[in-house]
Write a protein that binds this ligand. Structure first.
Ligand SMILES: Cc1cc2nc3c(=O)[nH]c(=O)nc-3n(C[C@H](O)[C@H](O)[C@H](O)COP(=O)(O)O)c2cc1C
Length: 437
């Protein structure tokens, strides 16, 4: 079956009709232009630049020239929210030696970057986007010096069958307590740097997200729901208590990992891969009770089941399911949570594969309250002006679409700096030179 990104609405409609539960679609995308209040702040529209890391920071963790170029482009593009990429809370938690890492020493460079985003937004679009920073510890995927230095919540045979990890790499409860303090301290720094909010990252199987499925771990961070969600809840609570009341404390949250019990969160405990929203709904309610008003919902693991995390046209393998089924899992899954916890604002993930149909599907969900904000990931590398185009013409032109070819990820996995190889010349040239070597 054809897996290409949709360049014609008719092709999308035809395939969508074959789904057990088709996606809503509306040609009128005006719902995406409506502002949305979030706590004491307002997002000027419903379009979000998702967190997309460029692995191009300085050795000390500050944004470098390529980083600044990326955010200038996003700022000019007109999205109402910019979810500033994965930024480490401590050196051991960096996913690569060029991952951003916010410290007292480089705070000024972050502050300049944030101010520049606002200035460009105001100048180009007449409004500044809300900017939230993703505060993370990369856990099992930590590589601060460029070689694996995993910090794991538990040994996972599904992930470790080819590369066993010594049990000595399991982080102790005291070690997790320290990560909590680092996440909270980094949230405070993010506020000082001028961000509108922080995301205590809990997705894609980095440390916080891995703990959600630590069913068999002993101690304060394993076993019960309360223990498995402790790092997230206490970091969020700590950030809320130590930051100002207008600072948004949020989380990018995996609500389904796509691995069987006892290795996945949000799955049934019968060994199947079926989504079970029971625990995610409970977690959303508890976060809401702590004062969280906004969550960014995602699924899967970019290393082990990337077809769940970012449905693709071309990648390292051909998944059994069609990419549209992956998109449907993410969007309908988000809508299931929104129906159960309507008081919390939700951002969706995984729209890029829909191509020209993405704005209409996003508007369809927003209209029926399936989610509040539409998050675009790979699209923003290919077409940083996507929001301007949707808000202006009401649609996305096929010439600028992300084709979900996975070349941005290929660059990243080769230790380089990801960007759109097809639509951004800088990365076309880089890709050629990476391939040569
Ligand atoms: C190169 C690359 C970098 C990414 N960086 C981040 C990141 O820093 N933080 C994060 O939560 N997700 C990250 N993601 C995941 C995306 O935000 C998004 O969830 C995923 O691509 C699916 O959305 P899409 O279909 O719109 O691309 C990254 C994905 C790619 C391909």
């Amino acid at each position: 079956m054809n897996r290409r990104v949709y360049t014609k609405i008719e092709d999308f409609e035809q395939q969508n009709a074959t789904l057990e539960c088709p996606l809503p679609y509306t040609a009128d995308t005006s719902a995406l232009a409506a502002p949305l209040s979030l706590g004491k702040k307002t997002a000027p529209n419903r379009l979000v630049c998702q967190a997309m890391e460029g692995c191009d920071g300085r050795g000390d963790g500050a944004p470098d020239e390529l980083t600044r170029r990326r955010y200038r482009r996003f700022a000019a593009g007109g999205a109402g929210v910019i979810w500033f990429e994965a930024t480490a809370c401590c050196e051991e938690g960096r996913a690569n030696p060029r991952q951003l890492w916010l410290t007292e020493k480089n705070l000024d460079v972050f502050r300049e970057t944030v101010e520049e985003i606002r200035e460009i937004g105001l100048r180009e679009n007449g409004y500044a986007p809300l900017i939230l920073m993703q505060d993370t510890h990369s856990g099992r995927y930590s590589k601060p010096q460029g070689t694996p230095a995993p910090v794991i919540a538990y040994n996972n045979p599904l992930f470790e069958k080819d590369n066993p990890i010594d049990a000595s790499r399991i982080i102790t409860d005291e070690g997790i307590d320290r990560v909590k303090e680092d996440l909270i301290a980094t949230a405070r720094l993010a506020e000082k740097a001028g961000f509108d909010g922080v995301d205590i990252k809990c997705c894609h199987r980095y440390l916080n997200s891995e703990l959600l499925s630590a069913y068999e771990r002993k101690g304060r961070y394993g076993g019960s729901f309360e223990n498995r969600t402790r790092l997230l809840r206490e970091s969020v609570e700590g950030a809320i208590q130590s930051c100002g009341s207008d600072f948004l404390v949020s989380s990018r949250l995996n609500v389904y990992d796509g691995f069987p019990y006892p290795y996945g969160f949000g799955v049934r405990n019968d060994g199947s891969l079926a989504f079970d929203p029971t625990e995610p709904i409970r977690l959303l309610r508890e976060l809401s009770a702590l004062g969280v008003e906004l969550l960014n919902i995602t699924m899967g693991n970019p290393y082990v089941n990337p077809h769940v995390n970012r449905p693709f046209a071309q990648g390292g393998y051909t998944a059994e399911e069609h990419p549209l089924e992956g998109v449907a899992r993410m969007l309908h899954g988000t809508a299931t949570l929104k129906a159960a916890v309507p008081e919390i604002r939700l951002i969706c993930s995984g729209l890029s594969y829909l191509g020209v149909a993405a704005p209409g599907v996003a508007a369809g969900f927003v209209e029926k309250d399936g989610f509040d904000l539409a998050g675009f990931g790979r699209t923003i590398f290919a077409h940083p002006n996507f929001a301007k185009e949707i808000l202006g013409a009401g649609e996305l032109k096929k010439e600028r679409l992300c084709l979900c070819c996975s070349k941005c990820t290929e660059l990243m996995r080769n230790g380089s700096t990801p960007g759109c190889v097809l639509r951004d010349e800088l990365y076309t040239d880089l890709y050629k030179s990476v391939l040569k070597n």
